[in-house]
Design a protein around this ligand. Structure first.
Ligand SMILES: Nc1ncnc2c1ncn2[C@@H]1O[C@H](COP(=O)(O)OP(=O)(O)OP(=O)(O)O)[C@@H](O)[C@H]1O
Ligand SMILES: [Mg+2]
Length: 243
């Protein structure tokens, strides 16, 4: 089993979009039993998978001592792809972790799910607190979506620092250029400066995910964006295999 975190300290960079599309690739292309674990109270992952929230706000109960995350897991319409949904109750998850006082609570929950799943993908909130610290201790690789802007470089620096702070044997980071538009010179320059980083293009098909409430490959399988996510997934699997 391997755990993949999609993380950045910056909001709106494509984390949820990546998480949902990569979870689809993991389950439908690689046929891995996959859990998409939404750690953001905004619960965008469930929305993009077409899964409506239950009325009860119970996501925080997953993290309490003696809890069983399996109780909250929902099947998606795609075989082998499940969701552990978020809701408003995890808005203060950092404080809940602090109160628990267990630095590896999330890692422990992950290891409890290892029998059921081959891949767990975290959709992270844009925070730098105990939630991100727990994610770093639980993840085998950290994917950082970076829109091509000077501010993104600072976001990457912050992630690198956070990962290093998670101690010995910290997870590797894979930066990915997100929302690249090769018609713009700044974007071309960002591409040229980082030729080995995977790329996800700016595409209306990706925006359309929120209208269709499906991963892009499910409704536009031949689109460049679907191809880009499949290639990114291959790069992630390669990175995991090389560890
Ligand atoms: N490659 C892309 N092409 C076009 N639009 C995109 C692309 N990636 C993301 N978007 C759009 O950008 C917006 C933000 O994306 P997303 O919600 O995935 O970011 P996020 O990092 O999860 O945000 P937050 O920090 O708020 O959770 C969404 O409207 C999404 O449709
Ligand atoms: Mg998000």
């Amino acid at each position: 089993m391997a755990t993949i975190a999609i993380y950045s300290v910056k909001g709106g960079v494509g984390k949820t979009t990546f998480a949902v599309n990569l979870a689809w690739c993991s389950s439908q292309i690689s046929c891995r039993k996959t859990l998409l674990w939404d750690l953001d109270a905004a619960s965008g992952s469930g929305f993009l998978l077409g899964i409506d929230p239950r009325k009860k706000h119970e996501a925080q109960s997953v993290f309490a001592d003696g809890s069983d995350p399996a109780k909250l897991i929902r099947h998606s319409r795609y075989p082998g792809l499940d969701l552990l949904p978020a809701d408003e109750s995890i808005r203060t998850l950092d404080r809940q972790f602090d109160r628990l006082g267990k630095k590896k609570r999330l890692a422990k929950l992950v290891s409890g799910l290892a029998k059921e799943y081959d891949r767990i993908i975290f959709d992270c909130p844009p925070v730098l607190n105990e939630v991100s610290a727990q994610v770093m201790r639980a993840a085998d690789v950290v994917i950082v979506p970076l829109p091509p802007s000077p501010l993104s470089a600072r976001a990457l620096d912050a992630v690198v620092e956070e990962v290093r702070g998670s101690g010995k044997g910290h997870p590797p980071i894979l930066p990915v250029l997100s929302m690249i538009d090769m018609r713009r010179s700044l974007h071309r320059e960002a591409r040229e400066a980082n030729p080995t980083w995977p790329v996800v293009p700016l595409a209306s098909a990706v925006e359309q995910c929120a209208v269709e409430r499906q991963p892009v490959a499910a409704f536009a399988p031949k689109s460049p964006a679907a191809r880009a996510f499949a290639q990114l997934w291959t790069a992630i699997e390669r990175k995991l295999a090389s560890q």
